[in-house]
Design a protein around this ligand. Structure first.
Ligand code: ADP
Length: 446
């Protein structure tokens, strides 16, 4: 806001001091005013009497236009007031327009003595001025407008031109400041808008994710029921309940069973993952030897290529037992082993377990194709495969690692991966020996 403190009383004859006081006040107004129009108005009111101007005005250039609009006016005759807001000055036209377009002070000592200003005489006599000084408002090479002082008497160059120049510079700086603030506000508003847009997109993504999970949960549930029935009937057929089978029929049925069993595992994985993500998966705690969990996983996992050796490293003697969900531990290890078998064609797969302090650490290491560094986090996301194309050489759903990591986190641990393309991968599962419900890591992003 404008400083309305009483002005410092000055000796009337001392023009220099009066000018200094005026400049000081204008600078203060410049620093504290919110809107440039306020400073323009204040400056005109302080300076015009000092230089003997009857009235004065400030015009500022309209953005992307060649006209200037009236931004402040001092002492304009009452009858002109209603029109002030609509006043426009074209750049290059008249003294104010010329001052702006030519970037120089335009002085008219006597309108009535200047033949080139014959058009102005009518306005001049109506408004009651004879002389005028128009000073361009320039900052950093840009013209922002003009300040024009009108004098009732014909005058040669006012001695106070120095003061007028300072005031004009101050006004230009104010207008520039206002423009910068305006730009900043606009940028801010744009930023806020894009933030809101991002927020909207984020919420939409969350909603899409929720719908996907819901869909997967429902679908896997719906698929499991008929599939279990199919398996049930095939077992009955295999048992000969519907009569004896030929060798051919037996082979075909065995294929149907194994494909259905694979499908069932897949559906159950999906169901387990979605239940887990909803925080509804139960943890059944029992005490067991971690070596037994590893052995069980090894025995239950098929697909080790004949060209690959399997090495198992378990400590001798007594080890600390785990109190955790054995089935889930076995499931994690089976997934890791089946991947190791799938992605290794020569060398070896090594499975080991060790216990230290309160932790148990299972390691599954292979000498297979390895995983590129940029894919090492991605492979823990659902449905993610390093090669997800339809022509990929390896089968799979992309669910195993996502489920395994979420299960490990559910049990209070995690899975880490180290891998070198062409050299192999090492998956380390670290779990607390003792499951504690309050320590479990909430299922979240992989
Ligand atoms: P999938 O059913 O495809 O095996 P996973 O979630 O178990 O799903 O694994 C995701 C992807 O991670 C795999 O498709 C493969 O690209 C990569 N991957 C997992 N384990 C290994 C491994 N031992 N060696 C090389 N790549 C692996």
């Amino acid at each position: 806001m404008i400083d309305t403190r009483p002005q410092v009383p000055v000796h009337t004859g001392d023009t220099a001091i009066r000018e200094l006081v005026a400049v000081r006040e204008i600078v203060h107004a410049f620093l504290t005013a919110d809107r440039p129009e306020e400073v323009f108005q204040f400056a005109l009111e302080r300076v015009s009497p000092l230089v003997g101007a009857t009235f004065a005005s400030v015009y500022v250039v309209e953005e992307n236009d060649d006209v200037m609009r009236l931004a402040a006016a001092y002492n304009w005759p009452e009858r002109f007031r209603p029109f002030l807001g609509q006043m426009r000055v074209r750049l290059g036209l008249g003294p104010s327009g010329e001052a702006a377009s030519e970037r120089r002070i335009v002085e008219v000592p006597d309108v009535f003595a200047d033949e080139s200003l014959a058009d102005w005489r009518e306005v001049a006599s109506e408004l009651g001025f004879r002389a005028l000084v128009a000073i361009p408002l320039v900052t950093r090479g840009r013209v922002l407008g003009t300040v024009t002082f009108y004098f009732a008497e014909a005058t040669s160059t006012p001695e106070s031109n120095g003061l007028l120049q300072i005031v004009a510079d101050q006004m230009a700086a104010t207008a520039e400041k206002a423009r910068l603030i305006h730009d900043l506000r606009r940028a801010n508003a744009a930023l806020q808008e894009s933030n809101e847009e991002l927020e909207r997109q984020y919420l939409a993504a969350l909603e899409a994710r929720r719908l996907k999970d819901e869909f997967l949960a429902n679908m896997s549930h719906e698929l499991r029921t008929p599939l279990t029935a199919v398996l049930g009937y095939t077992y009955l057929l295999q048992e000969g309940f519907s009569g004896p089978l030929t060798e051919d029929q037996r082979r075909t049925l065995a294929q149907v069973t194994s494909s259905s069993e694979r499908l069932l595992v897949l559906i159950e994985d999906l169901l387990e993952l979605t239940t887990l993500k909803r925080g509804e998966l139960r943890v059944d705690v029992e005490a067991f030897d971690p070596r037994d969990a590893l052995r069980e996983a090894i025995e239950g996992t098929r697909g080790l290529p004949p060209t690959v050796a399997l090495r198992v490293e378990v400590p001798e003697g007594t080890v600390h037992w785990m109190r955790s969900d054995r089935k889930k531990v076995v499931k994690i290890l089976s997934n890791l082993l089946s991947n190791a078998y799938k992605f290794t064609t020569q060398g070896e797969v090594c499975a080991s377990v060790e216990t230290r302090n309160d932790l148990v650490r299972f390691t599954v290491r292979d000498t297979g194709i390895g995983i590129a560094p940029e894919a090492q986090q991605l492979v823990f996301e659902e449905f993610r495969q390093v090669d997800g194309s339809a022509r990929r050489p390896y089968g799979g759903s992309g669910l195993g690692l996502a489920l395994s990591r979420q299960l490990a986190r559910l049990l209070g641990g995690d899975i880490e991966l180290q891998s070198q393309p062409e050299e192999g991968s090492t998956f380390v599962v670290e779990l607390p020996l003792e499951y504690q419900a309050d320590l479990r890591v909430e299922a979240g992003p992989p």
